[in-house]
Write a protein that binds this ligand. Structure first.
Ligand code: SAH
Length: 353
């Protein structure tokens, strides 16, 4: 048993079964044993790779998308350029490099990063030195100013609760102790749940639905700033429109693993319910696309060809594989979605029209 597994087993013995949300929060962000707090999770030596780590084109195209919307909205200055969960800082570094030539953009931008992990804050400081980032613990603490915000693979890391439908009620997935004392999945007795009342119309007995209670307050605080001050939020992640099915998963060394096997040592995620994010953002308008279609409309084809001209051999092969990985329907192109949140009176951002 990992030290965190022992700690959680003692807690369950004392207080009873825990929800998946409580379990995820401890596994990912426990100050001593948490996954994000204790290790660099990214890259070929880590547990997973994200789009900005696959190719610089991802951040370049999203950066130009943000900057174009900023220009189209009258170039408000100053404005907050923010990212939720910036990882190694690669995405923001690519955004800043690609937007160097946009007149006034850098001078007006105040860079804010929302990051929970001290280890990753240090990596972000290295990647973004020269841009004077300010770190916040919570999205709710971002300044009151026009907001241009990116979040890639942030919402999938937020703790979820999971429910299985039983008649008109819902049985919550919980973690309890087996007779041998190890962590095991179980179901709490079914009970009605107001938050899932709308899902009684589109689910059947036995269907599994997930809720991410932490997401709505984050989205609501971003939406309030954008509604009052302008800007837009661009959220990319894997998931779909309306949660259905068990998507709670663990990744270790790029392979799926049992989420209960080694708490704190594997990445835990769940698919993002984009409909829930869009409704938490009201009265903002939302625009929704697959990642593949968005990158295609933002010009990944010509950008990829341009970069390919200066490459040969293995570097060229890697570049072409990366472009395919980001966009191909059987790779990240369709599983990953993009959601843009804008004021209803603003035009759809580039790539979403
Ligand atoms: N956006 C990056 C990293 C994705 S991993 C990329 O695309 O490569 C998830 C990121 O969110 C990490 O930086 C992690 O430390 C951060 N994170 C996870 N939960 C968080 C929370 N509750 N508050 C702030 N940051 C969090």
């Amino acid at each position: 048993m990992t030290p965190l597994a022992q700690l959680l087993a003692r807690r369950i013995a004392a207080l009873g079964p825990m929800t998946l949300a409580e379990y995820m929060a401890e596994c990912l962000l426990h100050p001593e044993h948490g996954y994000y707090t204790t290790r660099p999770p990214f890259g070929t030596a880590g547990d997973f790779t994200t789009a900005p780590e696959i190719s610089q084109m991802f951040g370049e195209l999203l950066g130009l998308c943000l900057a174009q919307h900023w220009l189209d909205s009258g170039a408000p200055a100053p404005f907050t350029l923010a990212e939720l969960g910036p990882g190694r800082g690669t995405l923001m570094a690519d955004v800043l490099r690609a937007t160097r030539g946009v007149p006034g953009f850098h001078a007006a931008a105040r860079l804010h990063l929302v990051e929970a992990s001290p280890a990753l804050r240090a990596e972000q400081a290295r990647a973004l030195s020269g841009h004077a980032p300010i770190w916040c613990d919570r999205a709710e603490n971002l300044p009151d100013a026009p907001l241009y915000l990116l979040a890639n693979e942030f919402f999938d890391a937020l703790p979820i609760r999971q429910f299985r439908r039983a008649g008109e009620a819902w049985a919550e997935t919980v973690i309890s102790l087996s007779p041998a004392g190890s962590l095991t999945l179980g179901l709490a007795p079914p009970a009605p749940l107001a938050a899932l009342a709308p899902r009684l119309t589109d689910t059947r007995d036995g269907d599994v639905v997930e809720l991410c209670p932490a997401a709505a307050p984050i989205i609501a605080s971003l939406a309030a700033r954008i509604a009052a001050q302008g800007g837009f939020a661009l959220i990319l992640d894997y998931g779909g429109w309306r949660s259905l099915g068990d998507t709670f998963q663990a990744l270790r060394a790029h392979a799926p693993t049992d989420p209960l096997a080694a708490p704190g040592q594997a990445d835990l995620t769940a698919h993002v319910d984009f409909q829930a994010l869009a409704s938490a953002a009201r009265p903002l308008a939302h625009h929704y696309s697959t990642q593949g279609a968005l990158l295609a409309r933002l010009g990944i084809g010509p950008r990829s060809q341009r970069l390919a001209q200066s490459l040969a051999g293995a570097a060229l092969d890697n570049h072409l594989a990366a472009a395919r990985r980001l966009t191909h329907p059987q790779e990240m192109g369709e599983l990953f979605k993009a959601l843009a949140l804008t004021r209803p009176q603003d035009p759809p951002p580039p790539g979403f029209a």
